[in-house]
Design a protein around this ligand. Sequence first.
Ligand SMILES: Nc1nc2c(ncn2[C@@H]2O[C@H](COP(=O)(O)OP(=O)(O)OP(=O)(O)O)[C@@H](O)[C@H]2O)c(=O)[nH]1
Ligand SMILES: [Mg+2]
Length: 192
Amino acid sequence: MEVTKSELIITAGNKSQFPDNGVIEIAFAGKSNVGKSSLINTLINRKALARTSSQPGKTQTINFYNIQDKLNFVDLPGYGYAKVSKTQRESWGKLIEGYLSDREQLKQVLLLVDIRHSPGENDKLMYDWIAHYHENVIVVATKLDKIKRSQIPKHVAVIKKELNLRSTDKIIPFSATTKQGKDEIWNILDTF
Ligand SMILES: Nc1nc2c(ncn2[C@@H]2O[C@H](COP(=O)(O)OP(=O)(O)OP(=O)(O)O)[C@@H](O)[C@H]2O)c(=O)[nH]1
Ligand SMILES: [Mg+2]
């Protein structure tokens, strides 16, 4: 899709604020600071519609974006940030669970992991949780520009193995800096 129109619909802090117009949704999940907002901005050719931040844990709400009046992109709050309080973690869990477990219009989840690192416990839990509800998970291996080209296959293999990806899942290396992987992701999202 060539995106020329994108706008924030709502920053939702609880379930009652989720939009209710039945538009197809694509959600972006992953650890805090992994590059969810940057991926969204790259896909929609915007510098900063989705807020990016060098401070991890910035996005604590579920942010819904209208894309070309066709799709909604859903930027989920990042997990695994040590400095948030227990209460914040619990409310995060409830919010995400309320969204992911029971959302008919949610057609595809993209789970982001940093291509440089082996997935952590939280990534594995999140993958298993998403995979339970969705037959196809797209794993986006972010920050591709941070490793040497020759190292890509090795890193991809580690992520596949550690998350225990199924044949129905896909892994796509991506960089918000070079935009590598952008077309491949759109090729999939365009099928919805
Ligand atoms: N080099 C490089 N840096 C990136 C890439 N993607 C994101 N970053 C940087 O990583 C930091 C975090 O990016 P965000 O997009 O804000 O990450 P997020 O997952 O939305 O973070 P939270 O909202 O805190 O969960 C920012 O400083 C980005 O500029 C990438 O592909 N390459
Ligand atoms: Mg973010």
